[in-house]
Design a protein around this ligand. Sequence first.
Ligand code: UGA
Length: 434
Amino acid sequence: MNICVIGAGYVGLITSLGFAKHGNKVICVEKDIEKVEKLNKGIPTIFEENLEELLNECLISNHIFFTKDIHHAVKSSDVIFIAVGTPEMDNWDVNISQVTEVVNQISYYLNEYKVIVNKSTVPVGTQKYVEKLLLENGISRDKFDIISNPEFLREGKAVHDFLNGDRIVVGYDSEKSKEIMEKLYEPFNIKLVFTQPEAAELIKYASNAFLATKISFINEIANLCNKVGADVETVAYAMGLDKRISPEFMKAGIGFGGSCFPKDTKALVRIGEKNGCDFKIVRSAIEVNEEQRLVPVRILLEKFKELKGKAMTILGLTFKSGTNDIRESPSLFIIKELLRHGAIIKAYDSKASNEIKSIFPDITYCNNIIDSLVDSHCVIICTDWEEFSALDLSVLEEKMKSPIVIDGRNVLSLEEVKKYNLEYYSIGRGNYIN
Ligand code: UGA
């Protein structure tokens, strides 16, 4: 099929490549010309497992092309995917202005029947809104159908998830568009769930909010574990053996970040409010998360009382390993709070995007772990990078002013920790002052 994907962000880029890999002719439209040029040369614009190989495979086989020219892309395609950003607003509403802008642009070029598929995460009712917009733009109803097809890929595992997801959700309102989607997704061999557009839109928010709630739940259990002397990993493991609970998303830590969970939980609360439903559980999951990401600061304030002038090392700036994305990363909140208390920050992350330097221009960014540890009063591990779990702990004893470790992602081996002269704080695995 001829496909056009509008937006070469996380979702748009991976969607484009996923369909290209399965033999479709894909044109991916991106307004940032620098990105277009890089991608056409086979240079990935994001750090993502297996992305470079897939991009180059699709470029060589001539199944993908990146362009700024939306006109040609829309005209020559049977299916148009919208994959643009839907950022959060101050009142937790979702800003869908980029979707509106794209739909208005598409309206100029709908020369014949096309299926318009929304992949962006959008509030319930957006499918109907897009339909109304197209009609207001003078497009006759027989020229288009709209599909809601939310994406469930995880950053870091995006390529894998797109090609091997647990399910594909398709909200539709015409048999013709349903059949086209069925054909398009057939080679993926993934369970397809066909439903109403509103249900499809809601499935996305409900899934993300449920997973976020699971994380906040286990984090509260972890905080209790530290008080009563239980090990959260054993608790989570045994709970997860119950198939109804599952072991996934039971890793305690300093909370969830990223471009999705923080935004989508808030959006669901707002969607609920607008429909007279009060999402108490999701509101609590958000509140627990906001407190959880500051656990390291609370530990330090209890320990030192005064943080002014104390050097703190932050290991890991991205919101999780496997990505260069720093959006809503717990480390950002920790750094901000430590700076407010007058601490001096040295940070290390081999992959974090450069954007962080404009957020915190006055902290020291180190090129390796050791430099970041020299003369530090405490190290806080904020991301579950493998490099940190493999850390030689004798270096901490040697280089730091006081070898205090706050393991915000529970990445260090307790057996190793106990061998060294460290003061070690974890999230639900106990604290060890050796
Ligand atoms: C999440 C969902 O997992 C995807 O299914 C969804 O498609 C995506 O949002 C989206 O809406 O686009 P992502 O934000 O990439 O994916 O990252 P996750 O792997 O879900 O992790 C989110 C956060 O939760 C990270 O900060 C991670 O460290 C944290 N987390 C995750 C935990 O603290 N504990 C866990 O057990 C799992």
